[in-house]
Ligand binder design. Sequence first.
Ligand code: NAD
Length: 255
Amino acid sequence: MRFDDTTVFVTGGASGIGRESARRFAREGATVVAADIDADGAAETAEQIAESDVAGTAESVELDVTDADAVRDAVDATVEAHGLDVMVNNAGISHTSGPMEEVSLTDRDRVFGVNAMGVWNGCRAAIPHLKEQGSGNIVNTASLAGVIGQPWSSAYAFTKGGVAKFTRSIAGELGRYGVRANAVCPGFTDTPMVQGGLEDHEDPEAARESLESQYALKRIGEPEEIAGAITFLASDDASFVTGHELVVDGGYSAL
Ligand code: NAD
């Protein structure tokens, strides 16, 4: 019950890592706000939590993280209703795999808008409250791609590297206010984002096997495993951890 009396705002809360993080926070006692551009998916996350007989509670909000005013309004409304202790900026998208020079400017801007500006908007909205409170923390979902790069995913890797270094930068600003900021950097994780990419291959099963063989653990991650890392960073177990890029990659980068 590490998140008793704690309010957590999770973007991208309708699916994958965001949904599992919302569920994990609630299981440990948190009041969770699952925010997502997919209103139905976010509502389903909140319903799953309500039906699962956990100590925490959940509600959902429809939110496009690229809309700075809307993010600020949603975070302010959460603060007003429940307070705010943990901001998880997790919403993200990828783009069609291909050589850098062939990534359309539309795709580039879409990915930059959600992955980079979305995280910026979430932090901009949450930080004044956390600073004033003198406690709390931020967890931003970056990616292994932002640490070691990811060929044929150049715009994605660009934004995720930015998220990781941005997070270290704000950690340096916020420590004096008792506020921590960390980034989680997952390797491939079995969510709709990756499942969609595998389905695009001629032989999705062979593509999955080839991907899994590149991991020391010979499998890709489960969203629950990334949720475990996110909740660790947000908890008092990580009270002396700030400005960290936590790689959770099943040993991909060890091979
Ligand atoms: P997912 O597709 O299952 O979930 C992403 C969620 O973000 C979706 O619910 C989607 O509706 C939401 N979203 C997209 N655009 C949005 C917007 N403009 N405003 C609000 N919400 C929006 O994918 P996932 O794998 O759970 O990804 C979660 C995060 O983890 C992303 O930032 C992703 O880049 C990162 N990540 C994923 C992997 C992986 O292998 N799955 C690896 C490294 C990092």
